[in-house]
Design a protein around this ligand. Structure first.
Ligand code: OAD
Length: 228
């Protein structure tokens, strides 16, 4: 049986594709107030502002391409059973060819009705403010905002619980519950972290590869194949 790898990715994996992270210097939360543009209260307070913010993200995503880190993760499927659990709302893992992806925080290329029971693929197009879903509610970006439940959390936990290898890549581990997912990894599993900067995590079990995503994934790929 193939060994199971669970990837826990965050904004840093897409940084080399030209997508800004949130909390690095120059990151999105330096220019925007997170509560205004990425919380359910922000949406109710000013939906148009929130809409504009995600329209801009979609436009930038259209210009971006998956990088070597996304591609290596997709290629690992040849020899490993790989599940990607990403906090990213971009579609770069999808475009790189990964086939089992849990988008924990939603997907930029989709919009939904208020209750999120109905989604539409919008691709990289702007969502015209005021557009109504079939149930008469305002269409909104299909994003899990601060203050909202994380519907795919249990699925994600179950994946991590059965991992042989967990790879945390490009996340500052600031946002819960995503940040605690690696703690569900079985005791005898291997846990790697790829990040060029310090990440506030205290676990002696984690092997830190202090590199950017593309370089770190190349290095780790060699290690993973040595395990076979
Ligand atoms: P952050 O911006 O908090 O963290 C990005 C991480 O990527 C940091 O640890 C950086 O050091 C690292 N990094 C930067 N460049 C990198 C590179 N080239 N290769 C590898 N790592 C690099 O982003 P997240 O942890 O993903 O949620 O943020 C989590 C959530 O907070 C997001 O999903 C988003 C945000 O608010 C919502 O908006 C709901």
């Amino acid at each position: 049986m193939k060994k199971k790898i669970v990837i826990l990715s965050g904004a840093g994996i897409s940084a080399e594709s030209g997508i800004k992270t949130f909390r690095d210097s120059g990151g999105l939360w330096e220019s925007y107030d997170v509560q205004e543009v990425a919380s359910i209260d922000g949406w109710y307070a000013n939906p148009q502002l929130v809409n504009d913010f995600y329209n801009e993200r979609r436009k930038q995503l259209k210009e971006a391409e998956p990088n070597q880190a996304h591609r290596i993760i997709a290629e690992l499927e040849r020899d490993f059973d790989v599940t990607v659990i990403t906090q990213n709302v971009d579609d770069l893992h999808d475009r790189a060819g990964s086939s089992h992806i849990i988008h924990l925080h939603g997907e930029l290329c989709k919009i939904c009705n208020e209750s999120k029971s109905y989604t539409v693929d919008i691709g990289y197009e702007p969502l015209e403010y005021g557009r109504l879903a079939p149930d008469g509610t305002l269409f909104r970006p299909f994003i899990v905002w601060f203050g909202e439940a994380v519907p795919l959390l249990l699925d994600a936990i179950n994946e991590v619980k059965t991992a042989d290898i967990v790879i945390i890549i490009g996340t500052s581990l600031n946002v819960y519950p995503a940040a605690s997912l690696f703690e569900y990894a079985p005791r005898n599993s291997l846990i790697y972290l790829i990040d060029p900067n310090e990440v506030s995590v205290s676990s002696s079990r984690i092997e830190w590869i202090k590199e950017k995503a593309t370089v770190g994934m190349e290095l780790l790929k060699t290690k993973l194949y040595d395990l076979l």
